[in-house]
Design a protein around this ligand. Structure first.
Ligand code: COA
Length: 416
């Protein structure tokens, strides 16, 4: 089956998570992704948090499927020469080195554009070019703090909190993938490549858009009616942490279900959507609330929203999270069980849809990974194992015209 990105060759000069998540996605959709790694060591995640001695760590395998691995020392003249050849024959170069590393290697945007004017050069950095922090190296949690996620996540009486979701890393990689695809479409029209840059701070902030909405509402009216602080608590002049409150106009909370005393995940998320008030009252066996003026409108409910949640928890006390959702779904109430990683890993629907995939790896045996979250009617992305370090070095060099003797010579000087 031909895939949409067949024929697009990508030099994957990425490491850790933000860059690899981007190129992995493009590889699933058919791009020929060649991961360039330092000989002998490779991407640092090959060794990080290993669970099997001498086998690539899951951190690496789960972010580098469907790729080829070329080892190349791009600081050696012989390695630079190989990279230049590869650049001339590729469509995209993706990198997420620390600030200035590519320039120091001798591959500035100007140089890359000179070598291949059609090439798209895509970068992830912690902060955007020209930002007063643009010299900083950045990891996930740093980005969550810099992008507004940490100050708005957690409980009002606790410290700023980091989300487990990779808002700084994989999210930035997804933004970069959109940028690359846009630049590829642009190139079809203009014949020219361009530089695509995404910062982790910007990508986090993009997902915190509603919090910037709230900052402006707060400055105008002095309170935020959907936050737990309203109407009984105090607001300062910055958006507070709202615990588990719903971020839109629908009040919601994480509620205890049967077994919460011993199971830390025996909870559901329950949303009181305006039009669902009547079905909620019916589901809870509280038909008298339907027309009671103290409950009838969202505005009337807000002052005692936590009493309402308490009543719902009373109703949930003899139901597991799954039983509760099975009842509530019949009443068209937006809700879900709080699912653990174990439950997700074994979820038959996620297995069937290809969102959780089992992959065979030469050294590890089989492992689980998250497959494409994007589903197409005419493409079924197949997830293959991540490459061993340097697994495709000879293949890639041969495709660039290097003979066996040339490859031997490159190995002698430890350039590959
Ligand atoms: N051959 C030779 N040298 C290589 C090489 C290769 N194949 N691949 C990388 N290098 C060199 C780089 O040129 C750089 O050298 P220099 O600093 O002497 O110029 C060096 O390896 C290290 O690069 P760097 O990216 O700075 O690594 P680091 O481990 O110090 O920092 C990060 C890691 C993630 C903090 C940093 O890369 C960064 O801030 N990246 C941008 C933001 C980002 O993506 N962060 C999230 C990652 S999930």
């Amino acid at each position: 089956m031909t895939k949409p990105l067949d024929g697009i060759r990508i030099i994957d000069f990425t490491h850790v998570q933000a860059g690899p998540a981007c190129t992995q996605l493009l590889a699933w959709f058919g791009a020929d992704v060649i991961k360039v790694e330092r000989p002998g060591s490779g991407d640092v995640t090959r060794n990080q948090l290993r669970d099997i001695p001498d086998a690539d760590a899951l951190y690496f395998t789960m972010l580098n499927s469907n790729k080829k691995s070329l080892t190349l020392d791009t600081k050696k003249p012989e390695g630079k020469e190989v990279l230049e050849k590869l650049i001339r024959e590729s469509d995209v170069l993706v990198e997420n080195f620390g600030p200035g590393a590519l320039d120091r290697m001798g591959f500035s945007w100007e140089r890359l554009n000179e070598l291949n004017p059609k090439m798209i050069v895509a970068s992830v950095k912690g902060f955007s070019d020209g930002h007063h922090y643009d010299d900083l190296k950045v990891y996930e949690n740093v980005a969550q703090c810099a992008g507004g996620a940490a100050s708005t996540t957690g409980f009002w009486d606790g410290p700023p909190t980091i989300s487990a979701a990779a808002l700084g890393d994989s999210n930035t990689g997804m933004h970069l993938a959109i940028g690359i695809l846009t630049a590829l479409l642009g190139r079809d029209k203009t014949g020219k490549g361009q530089k695509v840059a995404v910062s982790m701070q910007d990508s986090v902030l993009n997902l915190c858009r509603v919090k910037l909405r709230d900052q402006q509402r707060l400055e105008r009216v002095g309170y935020l009616e959907e936050y737990p602080q309203y109407p009984h608590g105090e607001f300062s002049d910055v958006v507070p942490r709202g615990g588990n409150a719903g971020g839109g106009g629908q009040p919601g909370w994480v509620l205890k279900c049967k077994g919460w005393e011993t199971d830390p995940n025996a909870y559901i998320y329950f949303t009181i959507q305006g039009h669902a008030w009547e079905p909620i009252c019916k589901a809870l066996g509280k038909p008298e609330w339907i027309d009671d003026p103290a409950y009838k409108t969202a505005e009337a409910r807000q002052p005692h929203i936590f009493e309402i949640f308490k009543t719902i928890e009373g109703w949930l006390a003899d139901k597991t999270k799954f039983e509760a959702v099975d009842i509530l779904r019949k009443f068209d109430i937006p809700c879900a069980p709080v699912l653990t990683m174990k439950e997700l890993a074994n979820d038959p629907s996620l297995r069937a849809s290809g969102t959780i995939v089992e992959v065979q790896h030469k050294k590890r045996g089989s492992y689980l990974t998250v497959g494409s979250p994007i589903k197409f009617s005419d493409l079924k992305p197949e997830v293959t194992a991540s490459p061993l370090l340097g697994e495709h070095t000879e293949e890639v060099l041969a495709s660039l015209g290097y003979s066996k003797q040339d490859i031997f010579n490159l190995r002698e000087v430890k350039a590959v």
